[in-house]
Design a protein around this ligand. Structure first.
Ligand SMILES: [Zn+2]
Length: 359
């Protein structure tokens, strides 16, 4: 481990589980910031009562900046025009592509003008074949359209997701802790982002039809309080989407302490389908859909293992591991195979919740 200057870091013990208020806990393993290799160590504990996994001690909110350097996350600026610029010989294909996209999006209640007969007739086939392409790679993470709808993304980074919602008629807002994110989202996509904690923003209650939480809930200091805030911000018939790493997934099981998804101390909590369900229910939500998806991170687990072994950061991350390539490949295949008969074994939990008033 590298030498570090003495830093005025303040750590806090998390004695009480924010979900069930239990105080008894079991240490699973000790860990540290494997991504940036800071020397501080943290414990990963499982709550004896509800099994929610938490990091303790953890940096206080004020000490957290150290663990979010500028290169972290999706704060890079993007050229706002890149998606809609075609060279002349691409125009005919782009016309066809947009025709297919509009046909697919109409199946999600979007209206991009009157559909031509071929767009109507082929719509079921297009939707089946091209849902992912038509939704910029988001698939069912792209919400159905709501007329006059307002969407909020918490932890929106540079606005890369919100820009597509905005393009197709949503009124969008973002919240992000990074001032870089706020500047990039405004400059590139003219999207307003509140810079700060979710708890500090002053949107009126029942403002939003859709709230998107992609890989942010595990970063919250009090995820139950945050979900309660989102409950208040959501309209009666609104939908919230949540995406978090799965501590019960095959990646976590096979990679153990080296699993990329632990990401201490940025991930203050790690969920399983069960503990995520407990949390959203406790905040008042009903689950309308929950599934897990495989996301292979065995190359990163190997990086972390090698780095720990040699006590230094590898030059390439993740590099080509000549010796371990077969192992990484086999783990990936095994992961997919297990997921076929054990659908809760994926590495991400994807969950859609409502207030329970939907028809
Ligand atoms: Zn608990």
């Amino acid at each position: 481990m590298k030498d570090h200057p003495e830093l005025d870091l303040i750590m806090e013990d998390v004695e009480v589980c924010p979900l069930c208020k239990g105080t008894k806990r079991t240490l699973l393993f000790n860990t540290y910031d494997r991504l940036y290799r800071f020397p501080e160590t943290f414990g990963a504990f499982s709550c004896d009562q509800c099994e929610l996994i938490r990091i303790s001690p953890r940096p206080t909110a004020k000490s957290m900046d150290r663990y979010y350097p500028d290169e972290y996350g999706a704060y890079v600026e993007i050229n706002a025009n890149e998606v809609n610029q075609y060279s002349s010989n691409e125009r005919v294909f782009s016309g066809l592509r947009d025709g297919i996209r509009n046909s697919v999006l109409s199946s999600l209640n979007y209206y991009e003008g009157e559909l031509k007969p071929w767009q109507k007739v082929l719509r079921p086939i297009f939707t089946k074949l091209f849902l992912n392409h038509a939704t910029y790679g988001y698939g069912d993470l792209f919400p159905s359209f709501v007329l006059g709808g307002k969407a909020l993304e918490v932890g929106c980074g540079n606005g890369n997701y919100l820009r597509y919602l905005k393009r197709h008629g949503w009124e969008v807002n973002g919240v992000d802790l990074s001032p870089h994110a706020v500047t990039a989202a405004k400059k590139n996509f003219d999207i307003e982002v509140f810079n700060g904690q979710l708890e500090e923003c002053s949107f009126p209650d029942e403002s939003f039809d859709y709230v998107h939480l992609s890989h942010v809930l595990e970063h919250f200091f009090d995820p139950l309080e945050s979900m309660r805030k989102i409950y208040r911000l959501l309209k009666k018939d609104g939908i919230v989407f949540i995406d978090v790493p799965n501590a019960d997934g095959t990646g976590a099981k096979l990679s153990a302490n080296y699993w990329y998804g632990w990401d201490a101390p940025r991930h203050l909590f790690t969920f399983t389908p069960r503990t995520l369900s407990l949390l959203v229910n406790e905040a008042g939500f009903k689950i309308s859909k929950l599934r897990t998806d495989v996301w292979n991170s065995f190359d990163w687990a190997e990086v972390f293992k090698q780095e720990e072994l040699h006590d230094k950061k590898l030059e390439n991350r993740p590099p080509e591991f000549k010796g371990a390539k077969l192992k990484i490949f086999a783990q990936g295949m095994l992961s997919l195979a297990i997921h076929k008969f054990k659908p809760e074994s994926g590495d991400f939990i994807r969950c859609w919740v409502t207030k329970g008033f939907l028809p």
